[in-house]
Design a protein around this ligand. Structure first.
Ligand SMILES: O=P(O)(O)OC[C@H]1O[C@](O)(CO)[C@@H](O)[C@@H]1O
Length: 535
């Protein structure tokens, strides 16, 4: 009923260009933007009106969103296929918040304390390598959620690097082919390098092969004394037994729990590289920003609820306007890895075609996400956004200010000008995408090849500044957006069985490569194996 209502409403609105919607309602921005803490969400460049939002709120009610949010925060088994709760929100709940059960709170804060001690030892130079030298380089080995979150945040918060971490470099290795690890090891000294093996399951071959290569590199230089592993390896995992079998002592293993999904694990000890880079106090500010958003998601009415609005507008675009491409466009080079992070968060969570009850879904689910730093993407794929044949929705993301007094002093003037330039481009691009030729100064006739049809919807998400607190709030907003969409689509956002199957098939293919037996393979795979063998 609500769904059909929305369909009919979409048919009506489809007749209207975004430029007309702006003419119809001069108060459009006032009506369609919301603020929460450090964030501003502008939906006025979406192809919708106030009426659309009311209908979408009815859809949220019909799909029992409120009850699902309550279940999520009650620690109920919302991940049915794995029989687990999803309590990433408990990782950022401060002590005494009353949000997480006492025993969960104790586990989380106990682990944060252990993290803090490690960070302190590294910053003070107390943590020494096998030969007694202080550590200068930390290498995080992990993949997916055990890589993308800490990598993205380390880069995003590079202006906040902890002075006590002076000279301590943080590196990331993820790809299984060995190219990253080989390149990095050529530049590092074994005596002063510490590896963090970050794997929730401690079974991911990508990570374990990279870890083996690192161990061999260390042992070749320093010998295979047990103390080499003790001084040069930490692990972050929920599988402590597997970690100790590999050779890392329990005291050097930080824990997470099966109720934390890999792509939601940044807030746990998986965030250790972030804490090493920006210090524990800043890491806690990141958690505080995310906690702010948890409360907001729990308490704000739908019409003011940032993650719910982001989610419902996404549903509107996917299911009612038939738009299946979604570009993530940060206008700040420090957010370079945000698109990859959100690709995993959204597509690994909601790239599903079966409902929670095992029925095929009847409507489309997650769109295809991609993105890049906006100003660079302008010179890469914006041509398609402006004049291609595909409708695409975009998220423009930018901090309102940068390079204010204490962050930079020397050269601040030039950098302020560069930030203004980036902001001008961000606003200009979203305006042109929305309005098309109506955004241009004159109404002169333009030749066909210069025409801008516009009507490409976008959301602009602004932060006051890119800082730990605002970044925490932004990322948690996306997490809850994903959960809300999963509720609307009746799918489980916390499993990833499609990925698991690929891992199994790769294992048997590896055997075929190593043992030369490709029996039972399809002709394409056999042909490629033959080429590999003969090369
Ligand atoms: O931390 P782990 O267990 O090594 O898993 C790494 C990644 O692999 C996946 O299971 C599948 O890509 C992700 O969900 C996860 O973040």
């Amino acid at each position: 009923m609500v769904w059909n209502d929305l369909k009919a409403h979409a048919d009506e609105l489809a007749q209207r260009h975004l430029a007309d919607l702006f003419v119809d309602d001069p108060q459009r921005f006032a009506r369609l933007h919301r603020k929460a803490g450090p964030l501003l969400l502008d939906l006025s460049k979406q192809r919708l009106n106030g009426d659309t939002l009311s209908r979408l709120f009815s859809l949220a009610d019909a799909r029992e969103l409120k009850a699902w949010i309550t279940r999520l925060f009650a620690g109920e088994e919302v991940n049915g296929t794995e029989g687990r709760a999803a309590m990433h929100w408990a990782l950022r709940a401060p002590t005494g918040s009353g949000l997480a059960p006492t025993e969960v709170e104790a586990l989380v804060h106990g682990e944060l304390e252990r993290m803090a001690r490690i960070v302190e030892q590294l910053h003070s130079g107390q943590w020494r390598g096998y030969t007694g030298e202080p550590i200068t380089d930390v290498v995080n080995i992990g993949v997916g959620g055990s890589d993308l979150g800490p990598l993205m945040v380390c880069r995003a918060l590079e202006d906040f690097a902890e002075p006590a971490a002076n000279g301590l470099n943080v590196h990331f290795v993820s790809s299984m082919d060995g190219s990253q690890v080989a390149h990095l090891l050529r530049a590092l000294r074994p005596q002063t390098t510490l590896f963090i093996i970050s794997s929730k399951s401690f079974t991911t071959v990508d990570t374990l092969y990279n870890a083996d290569t690192a161990r061999t590199w260390l042992q070749r230089a320093l010998g295979d004394d047990e103390a080499v592993i003790r001084c040069h390896f930490l692990a972050v995992s929920s599988a402590v037994e597997k970690v100790t079998e590999w050779g890392i002592e329990e005291r050097n293993c930080l824990r997470l729990w099966d109720w934390v999904g890999g792509r939601y694990s940044l807030w746990s000890a998986i965030g250790l590289p972030v804490a090493i880079r920006v210090g524990m106090a800043r890491f806690r500010e990141l958690l505080a920003g995310a906690h702010f958003m948890d409360r907001h998601f729990l308490e704000a009415p739908w019409e003011d609820n940032i993650p719910v609005l982001m989610a419902l507008v996404g549903v509107w675009n996917t299911n009612f306007l038939d738009i299946h491409g979604h570009a993530i466009l940060p206008y700040d080079g420090r957010l370079k890895y945000l698109p990859s992070y959100l690709e995993q968060l959204e597509m690994e969570s909601n790239g599903k075609s079966v409902t929670r009850d095992g029925e095929p879904v009847s409507e489309k689910t997650c769109p295809i996400l991609w993105g890049d730093v906006g100003p660079n993407a302008q010179h890469a794929f914006y041509q398609l956004l402006h004049q291609g044949t595909e409708p695409v929705t975009c998220d423009f993301i930018a901090p309102a200010r940068r390079y204010h007094e204490d962050v930079h002093s020397e050269g601040a003037g030039e950098l302020v000008r560069q930030h203004e330039l980036a902001l001008a481009n961000c606003l200009a691009q979203s305006r042109l995408l929305a309005l098309g030729e109506a955004a241009l100064p004159s109404d002169e006739q333009v030749p066909f090849y210069k025409r801008y049809r516009g009507n490409q919807p976008s959301t602009t998400l602004m932060m006051d500044e890119l800082a730990p607190y605002s970044l925490g709030a932004l990322l948690a907003a996306y997490e809850h957006k994903v959960f809300t969409q999963a509720v609307i689509w009746s799918i489980n956002p916390f499993d990833q069985w499609g990925v698991e199957m690929g891992k199994k098939i790769a294992t048997s293919t590896l055997q075929a490569i190593r043992e030369g037996d490709d029996g039972g393979m399809d002709v394409s795979t056999s042909g490629l194996l033959t080429f590999i063998r003969n090369s």
